[in-house]
Design a protein around this ligand. Structure first.
Ligand code: DUC
Ligand code: ZN
Ligand code: ZN
Length: 468
């Protein structure tokens, strides 16, 4: 047996474009060949170590293009470190994350990026890349964007929300978009009208409306739609492509669909929390609603149909998690008596692949669309394809053996994220990750964690491949 040759035998290999009963040959951490099960080509790989995938799906490792490990926010820090968060991601079948390095106001992009490298270096169980949050647009940071694109940090998140923290005004946004137009970068937009929202927050608190559910009421769908529309027009003026993060409102999906119908290079992401949760959760009594405070906020249940439809029609291309966990105890509780002090964010990096498989079972999306929105599209969007996001000769052997018939119940008692609650507590899921390989190396082996901090490598990225 040759140690660096592995064959995954007998499974249904699913990519964004194909489903075939095939065997997969892995050599030196890469996919070497895919051949029909039991074909003469596959039978010739008899010197390789065998992983039996009979009756299972063989899928590319998930690519989560939106996480916030150890993110300082709202006076506290997201509770997953790069070590705990990437381990949990692997448990859930995700083998690549793209996290957000943050430029602090008054400091350089480089200083922010260096700080995030220091947090992640030698800690990760799976591969990772970085986007850059731009919070201070000036001549220097605009020049730095060019350098970062060259280095493989090819996407830049900007905020139309959070005045005084991450907020950029329209002029700053336009300047960054113009720069992206010339350097090939992709602007990722948090599209909510934060100036108007802050007025409504103040008015709600003054009227004694302090419970978590008011977080959802003041961050109005119309103010997400308005910001989405404005961001699209600014991108048109700049001639730049645009990616809207965490789309939650039906009216925002409509803005994206209209722009795409015009042929504009505008893309959108939604997250499991908007597909599976709603304002009903935000309204849970005894401050339990705080567990569901994130921005953009959860919407009334009626918005979910538009999100599913957007995913089916490709008006939305990607499902990422916006994983940004805060413990209920001691962190979410900071906002008792004042919803605006609840740290914004939900855990989910471990649950995304399973929840989206449940969407396949429930008939919302096809199996191939599952792999597209969770693996291939984010890899393409963020310049990682076909190394990540598919199973084809030459690709990294990031492979998940997925049991489509296993039954599980999501719970904080059994999850691996470093957070004391689950946003999906008690939810029944059909399907479960069984084995995960990262560049051919087992990270999860038959539901046992066998990975290590430091296996995961920093992965510089190319530019958005939807524009090629
Ligand atoms: N939204 C969140 O819910 N958390 C972190 C940042 C963001 O935009
Ligand atoms: Zn955001
Ligand atoms: Zn985010």
């Amino acid at each position: 047996m040759t140690a660096n040759r592995t064959v995954v035998r007998g499974g249904l290999v699913i990519t964004a474009s194909d489903e075939i009963h095939a065997d997969l040959l892995i050599e030196d951490g890469r996919i070497a060949a895919v051949a029909a099960h039991d074909s003469s080509a596959a039978r010739a790989w008899d010197d390789a170590q065998v992983i039996d995938a009979t009756g299972k799906y063989v899928i590319p490792g998930g690519v989560d293009g939106h996480t916030h490990m150890e993110m300082p926010f709202g006076g506290t820090t997201a509770s997953d470190t790069f070590e705990t968060g990437t381990r949990a991601a692997a448990w859930g079948g995700t083998t690549t994350i793209v996290d957000f390095a943050i430029q602090s106001v008054g400091r350089s992009l480089r200083a922010g990026l260096d700080a995030w490298h220091a947090k992640a270096d030698a800690q990760c169980a799976i591969d990772y890349g970085f986007h850059m949050i731009v919070s201070d647009v000036d001549e220097h940071s605009l020049k730095e964007m060019d350098i970062l694109v060259e280095e493989g940090v090819t996407s830049f998140k900007m905020f139309m929300a959070y005045p005084g923290v991450f907020y950029s005004d329209d002029g700053q946004i336009l300047r960054a978009m113009q720069r992206a137009e010339s350097n090939g970068g992709l602007i990722m937009m948090h599209a909510e009208n934060g100036i108007a929202i802050d007025v409504l927050v103040q008015q709600a608190l003054e009227a004694g409306r302090t419970d978590p559910r008011y977080h959802g009421e003041v961050r109005k769908a119309l103010l997400e739609a308005e910001a989405t529309h404005r961001a699209i027009q600014l991108a048109r003026v700049a001639g730049a492509p645009l990616y809207i993060v965490h789309v939650s409102a039906q009216q925002a999906v409509a803005e994206l669909a209209a722009a795409r119908d015009m042929g504009l290079p505008v893309f959108g992401e939604t997250c499991p929390q908007y597909l599976f949760l709603s304002t009903d959760n935000l309204a849970e009594p005894d401050f339990e609603g705080a567990k569901y405070v994130c921005s953009t906020p959860l919407r009334p249940r009626e918005h979910q149909a538009a999100l599913w439809q957007g995913l089916r029609t490709d008006d939305l291309q990607v499902v990422s998690t916006d994983h940004c966990p805060f413990c209920f105890s001691g962190q979410k509780e900071m906002g008792r008596g004042d919803f605006s002090k609840i740290p914004n964010g939900l855990p989910g990096v471990e649950n995304r692949m399973d929840l989206l498989h449940q969407a396949v079972v429930d008939g919302h999306i096809s199996r191939r669309r599952w792999i597209d929105i969770a693996c291939a599209a984010p890899a393409r969007m963020f310049g990682l394809y076909p190394r990540k996001g598919t199973l084809a000769p030459g690709a990294d052997a990031d492979v998940v053996i997925y049991d489509p018939h296993a039954e599980q119940v999501i719970s904080s008692q059994t999850h691996h994220m470093n957070v004391d609650y689950s946003a999906y507590e008690g939810r029944r899921i059909t399907g479960r990750v069984e084995t995960v390989l990262s560049r051919g190396v087992p990270v999860i082996d038959g539901r046992t964690y066998v990975g290590r901090a430091g296996h995961g490598q920093y992965t510089p990225r190319g530019t958005c491949q939807y524009l090629d």
